[in-house]
Design a protein around this ligand. Sequence first.
Ligand code: RB5
Length: 156
Amino acid sequence: MSAQKSPCKMAIASDHGGFALKQKLIRYLQQRGLQVVDFGPEAERSVDYPDFAAQVAEAVSRKKVAGGVLACGTGIGMCIAANKFKNVRAALVTDLFTAQMSKEHNNANIICLGGRVLKDALAKKALGLWLDTPFAGDRHARRLKKIQQIERKNFK
Ligand code: RB5
């Protein structure tokens, strides 16, 4: 599926380990009034998470969507793959504290969640908190600028 630019559009994808959670998070995002672009998979079949992380990360990297949600078994593989894209700050979120900090301090534009780690209710709460938390800016903006400099130097 392709994504057109919109401030309240979120991209989402999973692998088999995060599929059930993805379906629930799509409904949660829609209930919050957000538009959701589902990059798949469309059913719970064994797939390779980098293929799906890449689609969401590209949409975020090109600013076609406001942010992204990635779910695999642990969230780790999705996070590693998504962070290979320019402008992407993907965060592995494991609880409410990391959900809040990943936005407040890191301005994460992709949240990565583990379908085999988090209970559905906690995953939804963490996603909601991540969406609602503003970036604190200030010294954190300076640190993100340094990450951007590293990116510019190493990503040709
Ligand atoms: C797939 O079995 C599993 O490796 C994947 O869902 C994820 O946890 C990788 O990081």
